[in-house]
Write a protein that binds this ligand. Sequence first.
Ligand code: HEC
Length: 402
Amino acid sequence: MSRALLGLAVLGAIGCTPAAEDSGVTYYRDVRPILDKNCARCHTDNGIAPSFDDPAIAQAEAGTMQAYTESGYMPPPAPDSDCRPYQDDDTYVLTDADKATLGAWAQAGAPLGDEADAPAPFAPRTIAPFDVEMHAAAPFTPSFDADGNDYRCFELDLENDEALFVTGFEALVDNPRIVHHIVVFDSNGQSLGDGTGDPHEGFDCGGFGEDGWDFVTGWAPGGGPVTFPEGMGLKLAKGTQLVLQMHYFDSFDGADLEQDQSGYALTTVTDVDRRVYQIPVGTYDFVIPAGDPSYESSLVLPWEYGDYDILGVFPHMHTRGSGFNFELAHADASTTCLVDMNDWDFHNQVTALFDEPALLTDGDAVSLTCTWDNSDSTEDVAWGEGTQDEMCFGFTYASKAE
Ligand code: HEC
């Protein structure tokens, strides 16, 4: 018998049952697994938002959880899996059934139930064992600006005496309470730092890298490892110097006393069948008028560079971003959706890795439209590296036969 029918039968038999028992939804059995899968990447004991691992906090927040998940405010927007299936999309997007469970639980008075009914805990994906692990050279204590941000870059030397291919990346986040996101760049051998100290111990850097650096990979809370399909890897030259760009964020009292020494882990091989390229698709050519609530800029790039398999995209805009729509337009007028976000959250930047690659071929056009909301500003906003400036990039992983 289904749970709903059982509930009705119980009601019929007893006549008047407290609401909590009607729905039968409990924290331990039904709610905690949803919170672990979709919320704990931020809402956990060492996370950037109140921990729902604590049953008392989860109970106190039940009404707000219902309101925030129904309105779509939580979990923060992520690439929409109606566009295409992504790796880990079940952890980014809350299903209607899960929303209904959270709602029913709040309505029932947020009963805890029996801890013994809890299913096996959710295990996030890892690519361990790694063959390269790198960390910032020393623990760092951020100093936040008026908006609560500190961007700090650290040089990470791979010390590889021959070129290698990276098959997977995983962020090694030391202090998740203050790490809001991480971006890794290849400095392409440029000297790093501002000359005042050891760049391995950190140097100031803008909101998104410097001229001449190439985007390599990125992470936001809960972002799983980036892995390429079997036999594929991203080439890093001999003696590669990576830049670990940390975005620290001040979200609680005492955050300015915390330390962090994050890093990155890689899995590598010396040979691949298909090489992975990072193709930055984007536009610099926009000025978002002051006060405009919905300003769009599009880029259409006719493709004539041969066949590639697109494996995934790291969408990137800054805080005024509101929509990110990225697709392939084929010669026969059909389209392939790559990423479709009609909502954007700067604090939730994840790499959308496709379950199935999308074929890009000559005669196609790559088409990207970014939308921004500049309604609360009295100034025009243009492209720039500062967080107060804007960007519109789809950092695209694509592979090609070696
Ligand atoms: C990517 C990070 C992230 C994820 C994932 C996330 N949240 Fe949040 N959440 C936050 C942050 C940061 C705040 C505090 C700032 C705010 O309210 O915007 C917050 C605040 C909240 C609050 C208000 C807490 C308070 O201050 O009283 C609720 C309730 C909430 N989230 C529910 C959820 C639920 C339910 C999920 C999962 C279905 C979820 N969130 C997933 C980051 C996240």
